[in-house]
Design a protein around this ligand. Sequence first.
Ligand code: PEP
Ligand code: MN
Length: 344
Amino acid sequence: MMILMKREATEEQIQAVCEAIHEHGLESLVLPGGQRVAVGIPSAIPPELRPVLDQHLSAMDGVDQVIHITRPYKLASRDFHPHDTVVRVGRVEIGGGRFAVMAGPCAVESYEQTLEAARAVKAAGAQVLRAGAYKPRTSPYSFQGLQREGLEILRTVAQEVDILTVSEVVDPRDVETAAEYIDILQIGARNMQNFPLLVEVGKSRKPVLLKRSPSATIDEWLAAAEYLLTNGNEQVMLCERGIAPLDRAYVRNTLDINAVPVIKYHSHLPIIVDPSHGIGHARYVPAVALAATAAGADGLLIEVHPHPDRALSDGVQSLNPEAFTQLMAQISAIRAALAPLNAK
Ligand code: PEP
Ligand code: MN
């Protein structure tokens, strides 16, 4: 529920509305706007209380309108948080005009492979190294990742190369440990609605990259983000990684480029685009990476392997370091070309 105040509402009237909300045992959040103030109720409102509250608040001085929010998220919404969230990871900022590239292999395979990848992506300008230690694969017979050993390799390599890291966590019991080894916790597409995992990652307060499930609507995705936010984690980034495709003969997923402007309009959370899983073939990755950059994504997550033909997972969609270096130059050119035109 959101209480829209009149333009001429006084401080005292706004305060009185907040107190009335508290009298009903609920929290209030004052949302200053350009023209007028709104007061939001971020907590869940018991259904029987809604009409009572509506009647009480509508009749108060200075109140223009009581709006019922029917979307399954509040804290993730721009209505409740008009300004862009900027996620801070070490010295890197993401969101609100700050752009970051996260790149690296699908999986940590060995110390040598991770080191080679980290050096290559850093040299090309990536700020964050991506690599999975826990690999939830479609088949239990596929490579499942080096798990704890993978996390140790990531930490060692990150210190050696001086780069930040993002890696997936799949089990709520691993969150605390993983948070000690890596800088950004990734929640994979298959786990977008793993609620115990969302709660645990929410409590950890570590920056998090929440991937969209290939079958999730925007509402379901933002509602999943809401679990992170309501559990105290404000450092949330969303990641579009492709939705179920119409034509699997040609592409692995369909990158939903629409999600970029739609999320930017409805939410304040940064949106990162993963063109690698989004289309699934290295030859197409640069084109969609550039499209996402031009569309206004806050960053990219790109699979890069020092030797894609030898990769233990997702080699087909992984760029080699040369292709990634060339793509980084194109990304910079797109950003530089648009910057003066985007300036407010
Ligand atoms: C990954 O990033 O390697 C991954 C497994 O992605 P997704 O969860 O989007 O399939
Ligand atoms: Mn992958």
